[in-house]
Design a protein. Sequence first.
Length: 221
Amino acid sequence: MSERAEQQQLRVVVADDQAAVREPLAAVLDLAEDIDVVAAASNGHEVLEAVGAGPVDVVLMDLRMPVMDGIETTRRLAEQYPDVAVVVLTTFADDDSILGALGAGARGYLTKNAGRRDITRAIRAAAAGQSVLDRAVQDRLLATARAREPAPPGRDLPADLTPREREVLALIGLGLPNRGIAEKLFISEATVKTHINNLFAKAGIRDRSDAVRRAIEAGLA
């Protein structure tokens, strides 16, 4: 048995609408001893089909794709296949793209300037429930937060939010999925969902993307 066969393989789907990007990327990632590229997809529907045929551990997701874009696909994966991690790999690092993807449940966000080592590291981290953000993405989030008027943490949040609900909101703002929040706070995912439902109701938060924005505005993230 080969060393590759003995290792636990991370089953990865590569999603990008451009074959000139998708196919070489899949081939390069497949060279890693612990990564097995099980499918390549050109749009969100193909991603969902590949994950449904599974098993899949991580989807490396482009954002701008036809039929169904990466943010909507990430949202559906989070709802239907919460154990599948998403790492975004895109040329876009604007606020709407970053907050939209993290709010939808992506665990990692890289730009296409990332090298093979950065991408494989992000895939492994996402599979382990951790988040990895490209330096450009981190800088963008910090710039966005600093551009807002300084205020004490928790500004514009309801006074009846519990300390735990504030912690959960802060972790959502940092891009953690429910499982990552549960591991960070040493609580169950079911308890995380209860806290999220409560804080969304109290604060009038519409969805996860809105929660990321509110966390940053309140100085929690």
